[in-house]
Design a protein around this ligand. Structure first.
Ligand code: HEC
Length: 166
């Protein structure tokens, strides 16, 4: 009888602590589910907003994820002349009038070693978010207004690649 009464409380403690860990597990699972739902939700939204872009994709011979339309190419050429050429030079040699006082110098897009090493994603990231976003100099300025124009960003990247192919 005595041993029975002694055993009861400790068994209760074990049961209680089991219940506590079950609760913790449940909370974790629920938390995970909430995170999953939120991230799944946002990625769904993304794919919906990108849908019209990928619909144009068929005619795109380039390997990029976004279609480069002729309209985007025209816009990109204008942007290159009006924004990028100041530093990178009209032909992308890194010798624009604004380059003189810059250190490091703007990238020379004709540099074959660089062209080989850099990915399309890095080029587009540098254009959108600036040099510091790809571990380069913040003197390479961001262009946040182009975030809503992925086709123009892709066309700028294409322009940079074409300069490098010359
Ligand atoms: C104020 C001068 C300036 C302007 C304007 C500018 N850049 Fe740059 N850019 C730089 C500098 C400086 C670097 C070199 C950064 C480094 O090597 O650390 C650079 C680097 C780059 C790179 C290479 C990034 C890498 O990963 O190596 C790309 C691509 C680039 N610029 C594209 C552009 C495009 C496209 C535009 C126009 C939309 C533009 N830049 C406008 C100064 C500029």
């Amino acid at each position: 009888m005595k041993t029975y009464w002694c055993a009861m409380p400790s068994e209760l403690v074990i049961r209680r602590s089991r219940r506590v860990s079950e609760l913790a597990l449940l909370t974790l699972v629920l938390f995970g589910a909430v995170i999953c739902i939120t991230s799944c939700g946002s990625s769904k939204q993304e794919s919906v907003s990108q849908a019209p872009v990928s619909a144009e994709k068929e005619s795109d011979a380039q390997s990029g994820a976004v279609a480069v339309t002729n309209e985007a190419r025209t816009q990109a050429n204008d942007i290159f002349s009006s924004r990028c050429a100041v530093c990178h030079g009209p032909d992308g040699l890194g010798n624009g009038p604004g380059a003189a006082n810059l250190n490091p110098k703007p990238r020379n897009f004709h540099d074959k070693v660089w062209q080989k090493a850099v990915t399309d994603e890095e080029i587009e990231k540098a254009i959108l978010y600036g040099g510091s976003a790809v571990g380069k100099s913040p003197l390479m300025v961001p262009n946040p207004d182009l975030q809503s124009q992925p086709a123009v960003v892709a066309a700028l990247r294409e322009h940079v690649r074409q300069l490098g192919a010359k």
